[in-house]
Ligand binder design. Sequence first.
Ligand SMILES: Nc1ncnc2c1ncn2[C@@H]1O[C@H](COP(=O)(O)OP(=O)(O)O)[C@@H](O)[C@H]1O
Ligand SMILES: [Mg+2]
Length: 342
Amino acid sequence: MTSPGTLALATRGLRKSYGKRLALDGLDLSVPEGVVYGFLGPNGAGKTTTMRLLTGLLHPDSGSIELLGRPFRRGDRQRLFEVGALVENPSFYPYLSGRANLGVLAQSGATVPKGRIEELLELVGLRERAKDKLSGYSLGMKQRLGIAGALLSDPKLLLLDEPANGLDPAGIVAMREMLRRLAAMGKTVFVSSHLLAEVRVLADVVGIIAAGRLVREGPLDSLLGDQGLVRVRVARSEAGAARAVLERIAPTDADGDPADPEPWLSVHVEPNRAGAVNRALAEAGIYASGLESGTDLELLFLQLTGGGAPSSEGTFGAAGVTAGVAPSQATGGNAATKDGQG
Ligand SMILES: Nc1ncnc2c1ncn2[C@@H]1O[C@H](COP(=O)(O)OP(=O)(O)O)[C@@H](O)[C@H]1O
Ligand SMILES: [Mg+2]
């Protein structure tokens, strides 16, 4: 298998079952270098399983993995010195300080340059608290120290499984800023999340996984910039007439359950045309009982997580805009030293 040198991580046809339960069903990921890649999927989609395969904690039933342009196979765990990972909860000594814990980790791997620990404490925003015992750290601080541990070997690629899970809002912001900083340094950050809102403000590139398969992948901007949709809900007896009216505005699909007494229709227009859609229906004497607008990405994710048509009224794209997502400066990575993270 060949892939352009611009991919930091690629999987092809990755399959993994736990007994009879199929967790990954032919996963194909393409993660460009130097970006924050948001690996988005509902709970149970297969994110952690993917992370375990990428770090050699599990082996795939079939399919292949390429890390930093080279195949990653069974027995290649030593290659993980090029890759930093935080997949399970980091284990630290509670009675040692954050700084001392990094020191212990550094000794268990290969030589870490002098000053590296101080640099990392600064980078993850823990310099002020570095001398405090770990037992007094918040979850967010422990997560950030875990990431510092994963960075000891100065890896080019960082794999993080839901690092924002369980953090308070301030912790989430600190985590996000830190991950953006890493990407700006030229590292590739592959980070999973089950929250679209989180990925929207963090990632450059998004891959959506559901039931062990990739359902969408691409730059966040282009996924959000996809045409968008306005959805209306009407009585079943009026659905045919409504559709005829809406087709005059733009192509319209009937989606969801056709037996629903009030089915949803999706009109493929810009989300800001919701008013025009509603007016066209009203002029035809049809009154919508629900109206929503947003991007394809939001709708897709709602369907994946909710298992059907969104039930809320109003705009499903209201929360959070993509402001603050800066394209990362993709420059080359740093030469990797050896792994410091067990
Ligand atoms: N150790 C395990 N044994 C059996 N089934 C598992 C195990 N780990 C995960 N699964 C199942 O595999 C699927 C994917 O799980 P997981 O990779 O943890 O998803 P995610 O991290 O996206 O929530 C789920 O159906 C889950 O129940
Ligand atoms: Mg998980």
